[in-house]
Each structure stands twice: as C-alpha cells, then as structure tokens.
Design a protein around this ligand. Structure first.
Ligand code: NAD
Length: 296
C-alpha cells in the first residue's frame, strides 16, 4: 500500500519540500497557518486539511516543518493536534529544528498513542529544499527510519541516521555552530578588507579560491557584499538555534566560546529589528561595531 503523506508548515523550507513529495508521486495532504501556500500546493495536486487533527486522520505519515519548539508541541499535542487525529501505526517525522529534549518528550507522548516519531532536521537552506538536495539528520528507531527513507529521498540527498530519537536534533545543533561561525568569519573578513580599502568582490574571489573557501560563503558571500538580506534563513531562527546550542552545551558540559559570542551578536541583530532578515545580515552587526558599511 502506498503511504498517504500529510505535511504541516509550508514556509520557506516546507513549501518546496512538499512540492518535491508531489513530484515524486506521493499522495499529499497539507496544512499551514497562512492560506497562499496551501492554495499553491492544491494547484500542484495536494489536498488541504482543516486542522492538524484532520490531516493526521487522513495520513499514514505526518511531516512537520515549523519554526520553533512551541509550534511543534502545539501542532502535535495541542487540542486539535496531530495526536488527536492519528491512529496506531502513524509515523511522525518532525523536520523542524527544535530542542532535543522536547523531541524526546514528544516521542514519549506519541508512543503512548501507538505513534512513532523521528526527528529529521535538515541543512542545505532554501536552495537545497528547492533542489531536493538537503542533508537530513535523523534520530529514531531503525525500522521507522527505513519506512521514512523513500520520502526523505524525495527531499534530500545525504540522509543519515544519527542515533536514537533526539540525535538528529543534536547533530543539527552542531551544524548550526559551524554555519554561524562561518558567517561570522566571512563577515569579519569582508569588514576588515573593506575598512582597509579593498573591494569586497576581490576579497570574496580570493578567499573562495583558497583554504578559506566555504559553502556558506559560496552561497551567501555574493548577497552579503550587495547587502541583500532577503531570507533564506531568517536571523531569528538561527538565533533560536543558537539558544538550543547553548542549552545543550550547558547540559553536557561542552565549552563553546565562539558560539556563545555568535549567539550574542545574533541577539543584537534581532534586537535591532532584523530578525526577519537573512542570517548573513550578521555582517551588519560587525560593520556597525566598526562604524563602517559598504552598503550603497
Ligand atoms: P518559515 O517561517 O518560512 O515557515 C514556517 C511555516 O510554518 C510558515 O508557513 C507558517 O505559516 C507555518 N506555521 C507556523 N506555525 C504554524 C502552526 N501552528 N500551524 C500551521 N502552520 C504553522 O520557516 P522556515 O525557514 O521554513 O523554517 C522551518 C524550520 O526549518 C525551522 O525550524 C528552521 O529553523 C528550519 N530550517 C530552516 C532553514 C532555512 O534555510 N530557511 C534551513 C534548515 C532548517
């Protein structure tokens, strides 16, 4: 029997991921807080549910791609939530980036309903979501992972089971440290060069041909030097992820001085009203510290 898929959260990431499931031939029901993305998915062949509960009642596998831990908790275990409509044997795949401990709690609650949960956060950004080339890091039981694999393969290219439930979120936290510090390093390099009178385009070209080359700067560097901060990945979501990072570090006794500083710089970005800018707008914090901006 072909599994019926439900998808909740059709934002920058969820919408193209849902499109890729349709393209791969899956029967898809969708739910989202705002209507335009639902209409777009209906036009592409999906059906719409009236609530997460209704969606779960019509699905065998339910995917969530929501902003933050409270959103996922509400959508899964709230009054008209997924668990209210799920049946024994439903599989939940949460692809949002949320707290590992909250994931383990949700999995325990779901288990009481006969429902299994995988955490499967992603990396690769909006471009990876559109191209279906995401890196997907999964926590959960091996049998559930095998069941989810055909879907995950429609949305991603590198799909890795990292361990038991919560392990995907832990690896995602590691990923967000590396991405934040890559952006911070790129921002400081661009600011230093520009302050000293070298064209940012030249700095970017040189760095991208040598040891300092990074995928983050390959993707974000060109828009950073134009000061174009259309998201992409919203700064407030990366700030949320660094909160998860610091919480996890404290819990396990990891020491992350550079991530702690990046967290504070993202706090400044969000406090200055730039939370909906792309996370590469961290450049503006560095520039403002030096009272310098190369923006037109
Ligand atoms: P987004 O803000 O663009 O989209 C979130 C979507 O969820 C919106 O469509 C919103 O309407 C919907 N939503 C929110 N609350 C809801 C609710 N209660 N019921 C139904 N729908 C609801 O966010 P995004 O960039 O797509 O990110 C989603 C998740 O993926 C986040 O956890 C983020 O950290 C993670 N992520 C994002 C990127 C990226 O590059 N954007 C990359 C990797 C991971």
């Amino acid at each position: 029997m072909t599994e019926r898929i439900g998808f909740i959260g059709l934002g920058i990431m969820g919408k193209p991921m849902a499109h890729n499931l349709l393209k791969a031939g899956f029967a898809l029901t969708v739910f989202n807080r705002s209507q335009p993305a639902i209409d777009e998915l209906i036009a592409a062949g999906a059906s719409a549910a009236t609530s997460p509960q209704d969606l779960a009642a019509r699905s065998d596998i339910v995917i969530t791609m929501l902003p933050d831990t409270p959103d996922v908790t509400e959508v899964i275990s709230g009054a008209e939530g997924v668990l209210a409509g799920a049946h024994k044997g439903t599989l939940l795949i949460d692809m949002s980036t949320i707290e590992p401990d909250a994931t383990r709690q949700l999995a325990a609650t779901a288990r009481q309903h006969g429902v299994a949960l995988l955490d499967a956060p992603v990396s690769g950004g909006d471009k990876g979501a559109i191209a279906g080339t995401l890196s997907i890091m999964v926590g959960g039981e091996p049998a559930d992972f095998e069941r989810a694999l055909p879907l995950l393969q429609a949305m991603g290219k590198t799909i890795t089971r990292c361990g038991p439930v919560g392990a995907g979120q832990t690896v995602k936290a590691c990923n967000q440290v590396a991405v934040a510090l890559s952006i911070a390093a790129g921002a400081e390099a661009l600011s230093l060069g520009a302050k000293a009178g070298v064209q940012p385009e030249i700095i970017l070209k040189v760095l991208s041909g040598g040891l300092a080359q990074s995928r983050v700067m390959d993707l974000r560097g060109p828009t950073m030097i134009q000061h174009c901060f259309e998201p992409g990945f919203k700064a407030k979501l990366h700030h949320k992820d660094l909160g998860i990072v610091m919480q996890t570090a404290r819990k396990y006794g990891a020491v992350l001085p550079f991530a702690a500083l990046a967290d504070q710089l993202f706090s400044s970005l969000v406090a200055n009203g730039k939370g909906d800018f792309d996370h590469s707008a961290l450049l503006t914090v560095i520039e403002e510290l030096a009272q310098h901006s190369d923006s037109a």
